[in-house]
Design a protein around this ligand. Sequence first.
Ligand SMILES: Cc1cc2nc3c(=O)[nH]c(=O)nc-3n(C[C@H](O)[C@H](O)[C@H](O)COP(=O)(O)O)c2cc1C
Length: 204
Amino acid sequence: MVKLKFFITYARCMKKKKDLELKDYELCFIPVPVYLISTVDEHNIYNIAPYGMVMPVSYHPLIISIGSSKNRDTYRNIKAINEFVLNAPSSNMLKKVNRTADPVPSEVDEFIHANLTPIESKIVKPPRIEECTTHMECKTMWIKEVSEEAKNRVIITAEVVALSLDEDLLRTNLCKQKGLMRPLYYEKHIYFTLGGYIGDRRMR
Ligand SMILES: Cc1cc2nc3c(=O)[nH]c(=O)nc-3n(C[C@H](O)[C@H](O)[C@H](O)COP(=O)(O)O)c2cc1C
């Protein structure tokens, strides 16, 4: 009887794992934060595109990496000018974010197409996006093809040379600050918002 009880409890606790095909990757990934990357081409045409494959690789010095297809005006502009801005859109900008992902010709100013406002950057040539909450001005360090099989994909690594944000987001409480940012997250065509505060590094 005791043995049976133990077996039932054990069986309940055991989580069954299911193998997946690699094509079902979206079931394993955690949604990624979305940035709007603003760039400019050699003819001074402004471009914007949403990017989720963005990650910090070092905080001191401040360095980030981006995963990009070569089939993007964003990639071509970064390759030509070596500068770009990572702007953080809020969840209330979702429709405008989608407009910046429209496949428009490179001659089209995407600030006009998405009805967004360019403001001069502090250091780099591409403008910041006024409607976004935070801005990271970046200078390219290197661009590398990912692999023989993924020839069309590159990693762009860049140094962040200037930071700015909406003044009313300057809070000592980081939790409140993130709440006010209302960042946008993405996984395979679906958007999410940030969940709530659940604890800090001191928790054991
Ligand atoms: C939310 C979201 C995130 C995206 N993230 C990436 C990304 O990280 N890398 C990439 O190459 N394309 C990404 N894309 C696709 C490009 O944004 C899209 O192809 C866009 O039209 C490219 O614009 P461009 O040619 O003006 O650069 C994403 C699209 C969306 C909607």
